[in-house]
Structures are given as C-alpha cells and as structure tokens.
Design a protein around this ligand. Sequence first.
Ligand code: PLP
Length: 409
Amino acid sequence: MMKSFITHLECTYCGETYSCDEIHNTCKKCGKVLYARYDLAGAAKVLSKADLLRRPGNMWRWFEIMPVKNPANVVTLGEGYTPLLPALRLGKRFGSSRLFIKEEGLNPTGSFKARGMSAAVSKAKELGVTAIGAPSAGNAASALSAYGARAGMKIAVFMPTDAPEMMKREGHMYGADVYLVKGLINDAGAIVRAASPSRGWFDVSTLKEPYRQEGKKTMGLELAEQFNWELPDAILYPTGGGTGIVGMWKAFDELERMGWIGSKRPKMIVVQAEGCSPIVKAWREGKRHAELFPNASTIAAGLRVPIAIGDYLMIDALSRSNGTAISVTDAEIREAMGEVAREEGVFSSPEGAATWAAYKRLIADKFLSPDDSAVLFNCGSLLKNAELIDISGLPVLDPKDPELLTKIN
Ligand SMILES: *Cc1c(COP(=O)(O)O)cnc(C)c1O
C-alpha cells in the first residue's frame, strides 16, 4: 500500500507546530498560514520517477508527498495531469518557441480549484469532517460542491451576487447550499467565519486551512516532470488568493529536498487585474504585506480578491525567484482571451488570458526574453464565463430566403 510521509503541520510565520491528525485552520498563536510538512528523505527512498509513470494519471500519483494517510479516503474526480501545450503561434510573434500554456481548464469542474478541493475534502474526510463551508469568487464553490457531493458531505458556499452564472448553477446542481452575498469574497468569508462554529462547518477559505495548497502544489510537481526535471525560466500565474503560486513554490522546495531537481527556480510572476491588484501594489512599494484593495472590480472573477492572508508567502516567492508582479487592464484581458482562442484553440478564462496579456508586456519591457521558457497558466475554462462572449452580431439565416447564399462569406 502507498504511504504518505506527512509528519506534522508547521506555521509559515512563527514556526509553531501542530498535529496533522487533528483539524486545524490557521496558526493558533499568530493567525498565519499552516503548511503540511513531510519526511522528504523517507519519501525519496520509496518513490521513484518510474513509479509515477505506472500510476493513474491524476494528481494523487504523488501520494507519498500528499497529506492523506489512507488511500481509501482520497476523493477524486481525475484532477490534475493536465497538458502543457506549446503556444507556438502566440510565441512566434516574439520569436519564442518556448512559450507554453498549462491547460488547467480541463480539470473536473473546469478549473484548477479541483486540485485544491480534492486535497482539502479528502483530508477533511480522513479527519471525520462531515460539513464544510467556504467563500468563493466562483470556481472554488463549484469544485468544493462537486467533491463534497462525491464525499457525501454537507456543503455551504458563499459567493458574490455577481459571480459568473455557471458557477452559481454548478453548486446548486451538486446539491450544495449556495448563498449569494451582496459584496466581495472577503465579505463572504466573514459570513462563513461567523456561521461555522454554530453550524459545525469546517471552513476551507483560501490558505485558512492547510490542504488546498497541497493540491495546488501538484501543478509545480507536474511542471517539473513535464519539463524533464529542469524547471522553466518563468511562470506567469493569475493571482487571487495565491494558493497556486505558493503551492508551486513549496513543491519546488520539496522536490529539491528529495534530490529530484536542483536549486534553479523559475521567475515567479504574479499577474493581477488593474482593478484589483493588492499584491502588485505591495510588491511595488517593497512591502511584505498587502492592504485591502479598495473598490475591487474586474471581469476576471477569480482575480477579484482584495485581500489575501498568504500575501507574505507570495511576496517571498517573488523576491527569492527574482520574479515580479504585474497588472493588466480588463481591455487587455478581453483582447488576450480572443487571441488565445483564435491562435491556440484554447478556451481561456479571463484570468488565464491575463497571463498572455502580461507576457506581451514583460517581453516589451525586456523583463522576459523570447529565449526564456515561460508557462502561462490557463487556470480555468471560458465555458464557465459564457456571459463574457458577445454573440449578438451573429447572422441568422432563413432557409427560404432567396438571397440566402449572398449572406454567407
Ligand atoms: C481561483 C482562480 C484564480 C486565482 O487562483 P488563486 O490560487 O486563488 O490565486 C485564477 N483563475 C481562476 C479561473 C480561478 O478560479
């Protein structure tokens, strides 16, 4: 039987340690983010690269460095092992043959939130949790609702009233209690915190429990494998709460400690929308913590996160990797969505398209060179955001119209 080498939880801020066999949210001493820690030398002794290839193609292939102890507790819908697609036509504009799209839109529920929720729901099940609550900008609610349904748990999700339509419908269809909140994700989070104790919910808000980032870290593990254990030169990540960027950073650290990769790291690049860019602002001001971004607004719902508990973890990854943080406008995002769809056949979410918009700017600014291998994260499918596609101008044909053929290009 496969064995997890998880040993304990550790606070990323003050170093306090906790048991991984009890339910924890944030650090009881300082309120900051807890990470799962592993006996990585032990894991490296039993797991080989050849083992990975023999296992089913989902993120649980990395069981030894995943937090669930009993494989029977894994709640999976086949998340992870998404393709790394060469973006040759987009890259060619700048003379790059080393631009890639990590196509996370193919995950269950159409976004990379599936990875985090598969991990969090599985570990919660192992610890005896039967009810979970979470705030969400949209996709996290869909994913939690699906995995909760599969685990037979009671799920309550809270999202802004103007969250993308499909994301509201998905949770409802999966049998979750869906609440629409007049406000943003942080307002929804406050409601979950207030209601959780009396309702008996485990609160799985972004980075306020230790396991969603363990699911997101598998994106980093996969990239290492897909780049043949030499990491790319740059990773552009559309950043809201930041689980993915900090999860991948953790993955690289763990792989190095296992002796599977060297010390080279990609430049980690936070991409945000101009209408909600708290991390970009903090980065520019040289601060380790971000302030609440006022009047947050953007068409990229997943980026509408005005305050993030993991701010210091993101900023640390940016400084240690010589990365940067950049924001793009909604107009640039719209243009980029069309380009990615027409030139690569990838149905990119606005968040994912923001990374292409950012890439163009970073090449123009010479922060990146066309010779750098760079990965754009398309974190979700545009199928979830049908309302962003304007088809009002489509021609309507009448088969009886004598002029019919003159109306066709
Ligand atoms: C949640 C989400 C993001 C932001 O991810 P974080 O890890 O929270 O920073 C980006 N894009 C999409 C489509 C999302 O659903």
